[in-house]
Design a protein around this ligand. Structure first.
Ligand code: FES
Length: 90
C-alpha cells in the first residue's frame, strides 16, 4: 500500500488517525477488505480515510494527537497532527 500524506509514519509503522464517523451524517463505516464502507448511504473511504465515493463531503475527521516515542496520545496538537491537518486543508 502506498504512503499517503494523511498517514502517520512512526518508525517503520504507518497509521491512519481518524474519528470513525462518516462525514456525511455520522454513521460508523466498517472496514471491508480494502476500504471503509458506510452502510447508511454507500459512502466509501480509502485506507487513509479519504472519501472516494458517495455523499461524504470530506475525509474522516482528524482528532488532535501527538506522538511520544512509540505512543500516539490523543487530545494534544503535536507537530505530527499539525502537519497532517495542514496537508488535509491543501
Ligand atoms: S452517513 Fe455515511 S454515507 Fe451517509
Amino acid at each position: 500500500m502506498e504512503n499517503n500524506e494523511r498517514d502517520l509514519v512512526v518508525g517503520s509503522d504507518r497509521f491512519t488517525i481518524a474519528i470513525g464517523l462518516c462525514t456525511h451524517l455520522g454513521c460508523i463505516p466498517a472496514w471491508k477488505k480494502t476500504q471503509w464502507k458506510c452502510a447508511c448511504h454507500g459512502g466509501e473511504f480509502n485506507a487513509s480515510g479519504e472519501q472516494t465515493f458517495g455523499p461524504p463531503p470530506r475525509p474522516l475527521d482528524l482528532p488532535p494527537f501527538s506522538v511520544k516515542g512509540t505512543e500516539i496520545v490523543l487530545g494534544e496538537e503535536g507537530p505530527e497532527y499539525k502537519k497532517i491537518a495542514a496537508a488535509m486543508k491543501a
